[in-house]
Design a protein around this ligand. Structure first.
Ligand SMILES: *[C@@H]1O[C@H](CO)[C@@H](O)[C@H](O)[C@H]1NC(C)=O
Ligand SMILES: *[C@@H]1O[C@H](CO)[C@@H](O)[C@H](O)[C@H]1NC(C)=O
Ligand SMILES: *[C@@H]1O[C@H](CO)[C@@H](O)[C@H](O)[C@H]1NC(C)=O
Length: 337
């Protein structure tokens, strides 16, 4: 190969790259083990969703072993030993928020070994912008009471709806993302098997990925042991979402201006009990007693109410310099070969 043909092939490669620009990302932050404790703050706030929970601070969480980090794992759990006084505070648990915010042009990939399960539990792994709901909320992993599958959901200010028919493997539940209708149901998509709770855990968990661009939000899930893109399973420094296939949840910008509905997002990991969602459907989810009574009196039932993260990586879209240099050319034109 002559030097000049090598150069030509490089130009060709670069030019093609610019056409798939939004699909190529580079890692910005890697959270593994102890770095979760460095990168997240503990929010010991009152539960805005009225749960039977007491969110504790970092010192209490460490003392009670509600958070635990090794070099390979990060565990976040609720108390599972205390019988609660019905007129006192709720069950101790944690709500963690990333110190950093992530903008449009981000991919998050979580490799989870385990997630909280049990009657009364309402765990979530999600992102939210300032001044809710004006900068949007993206629920990546969420559900209640061990029931069924994951729901991926957007919650927004009015004026963001999803097309009824779109390219996703999950099942759309409601297409208006507006938080002010139907008690903040949001525009949710129901996921497939092994995506939530006991069946997720029995299978050793899996990978959740979320891509936020100006054109769409996409969420993928791969159960452990299934065919997972190698850049996802390998924790690669660069990833290309174009190779990941049809997402489980697809939220295009057809009738939702993503730039105006989604500001910079904080990542939140929380585990609450009962409250607005888990409490309201508790009786129909095959769970014993009433939700608050069960949570108060059965600490042992929450032994498996924990997240076990193997890793969480945040990627930012690549904005290579050759995009400007080559931008005015037809990216795939033969002149480059
Ligand atoms: C926990 O996460 C869910 C995610 O959708 C959110 O709706 C709920 O408000 C959160 N609960 C608390 C107490 O932060
Ligand atoms: C704290 O939690 C971790 C993870 O669940 C566990 O391995 C460890 O034994 C616990 N430590 C104590 C003192 O209970
Ligand atoms: C969707 O996003 C693209 C890229 O930012 C933009 O050009 C287009 O106008 C958007 N469409 C709508 C309906 O917001």
């Amino acid at each position: 190969m002559t030097p000049s043909s090598t150069w030509s092939k490089l130009i060709f490669g670069f030019s093609c790259a610019s056409t798939v620009l939004a699909a190529s990302y580079r890692v910005q932050d890697t959270y593994i083990g102890h770095s979760f404790l460095d990168g997240f703050t503990f929010q010991n706030i009152a539960d805005p969703t009225h749960g039977r929970v007491n969110y504790v601070d970092a010192g209490t969480a460490a003392r009670e072993n509600l958070t635990f980090a090794s070099s390979t794992n990060f565990i976040a759990r609720s108390d599972f030993t205390t019988v609660l006084n019905p007129s006192g505070p709720g069950r101790n648990s944690v709500r963690l928020m990333s110190k950093k915010q992530y903008r449009i042009g981000t991919v998050l990939i979580a490799n989870l070994h385990h997630m909280p399960e049990g009657c009364g539990t309402w765990p979530a792994f999600w992102t939210v912008g300032d001044n809710w709901p004006n900068n949007g909320e993206i629920d990546i992993l969420e559900g209640v009471n061990n029931v069924g599958n994951n729901q991926g959901t957007l919650h927004t200010s009015p004026g963001c709806t999803m097309p009824g028919s779109r390219s996703q493997t999950g099942t759309a539940l409601q297409n208006d993302c507006n938080v002010w209708i139907n008690s903040n149901t949001g525009c949710g998509v129901s996921f497939g098997s092994r995506s939530f709770g006991p069946s997720f855990n029995a299978n050793g968990g899996g990978w959740y990925a979320m891509e936020l661009t100006a054109n769409f939000v996409k969420i993928w899930f791969w159960a452990r042991g299934t065919s997972v893109p190698s850049d996802v399973s390998g924790g690669s420094a660069t990833i290309n979402t174009n190779n990941w296939g049809t997402p489980v949840a697809y939220f295009p910008n057809t009738s939702c201006n993503i730039n105006s509905h989604f500001g910079p997002q904080n990542i939140i990991i929380n585990l609450t009990f009962c409250g607005d969602w888990a409490g309201s459907v508790y009786g129909s989810n095959n769970c014993p007693s009433t939700c608050n009574d069960f949570v108060n009196n059965n600490p042992g039932a929450f032994q498996n109410a924990y997240f076990d993260f193997l890793s969480l990586r945040a990627y930012a879209v690549e904005n290579p310099i050759w995009d400007m240099a080559e931008g005015s050319q037809n990216p795939m034109s033969p002149h480059a070969i």
